[in-house]
Design a protein around this ligand. Structure first.
Ligand SMILES: Cc1cc2nc3c(=O)[nH]c(=O)nc-3n(C[C@H](O)[C@H](O)[C@H](O)COP(=O)(O)O)c2cc1C
Length: 205
């Protein structure tokens, strides 16, 4: 079967992308609006882009009716965000925060999470998450046309907050972290654990 994206609707392309670009890490993104209200939501269009400088990016789609998600509204208004790591233990809470609550409702409260003051940016980090990355926007790429513009937010990491419990000897212990990944969107959404791992030595060059 050969498929050309131009012949497909948005839903079908989305289903192909989430299954093919997989497993995906999840950026659990906290932001604040201009009056200081917290927002938290997961985004799996997420990747690292550069190490020096330390740059990450994540994508925010428009709602099907063209509405803007709170995350992109807040990032455009404040230029700051925090990416929190999602572990197995936090996956149910992460899922709760994917509901489209109005701006006056705090996803932290809805999911029973503790907002903890960040050191370098206004958005709080998730207290229960073992790793949080405080970021400032470098650039926002935009794809498509109004009203359904999809944004890709590129941000520089200003501070890495690590819970020492997960870094014995100063090195992050991936097995201890139990990060979850996102697979397809059947629905229901499919996730994976990172506890079934294997190692491979790189060939000598
Ligand atoms: C695991 C997971 C990954 C998601 N990834 C994305 C994504 O990459 N981009 C996106 O626009 N929405 C994504 N969503 C949906 C948003 O989390 C959802 O639309 C949320 O309500 C946005 O919240 P906000 O309006 O507070 O920004 C994802 C949801 C889940 C559960």
């Amino acid at each position: 079967m050969n498929l050309e994206p131009k012949d497909l609707n948005a839903r079908d392309i989305y289903r192909i992308f989430v299954s093919v670009v997989s497993p995906k890490p999840i950026a659990w993104v906290s932001t604040v609006d201009l009056v200081g209200r917290n927002n938290l939501a997961p985004f799996s269009m997420y990747t690292m882009l550069s190490t020096v400088p330390a740059v990450l990016g994540f994508g925010v789609s428009a709602y099907h009716d063209g509405g803007k998600k709170d995350t992109i509204k807040n990032v455009e208004a404040t230029n700051e965000f925090v990416i929190n790591l999602v572990t197995e233990e936090l996956s149910v809470a992460m899922n709760i925060t994917s509901s489209s609550f109005p701006p006056e409702v705090s996803e932290f409260e809805k999911a029973g999470l503790t907002p903890v003051r960040s050191a370098m940016v206004a958005p709080p980090r998730v207290g229960q998450s073992p790793i949080s990355l405080e970021c400032r926007v470098l650039e926002i790429l935009r794809f498509g046309s109004e009203p359904t513009v999809n944004s890709f937010i590129v941000g520089e990491v200003l501070l890495v907050h690590l819970d020492d419990k997960y870094c014995p000897g100063g090195v992050i212990d991936s097995e201890r972290l139990k990060i979850v990944g996102r697979l397809g969107a059947q629905p229901p959404d499919l996730y994976c654990r990172t506890t079934d791992t294997f190692i491979m030595k790189r060939p000598e060059s």
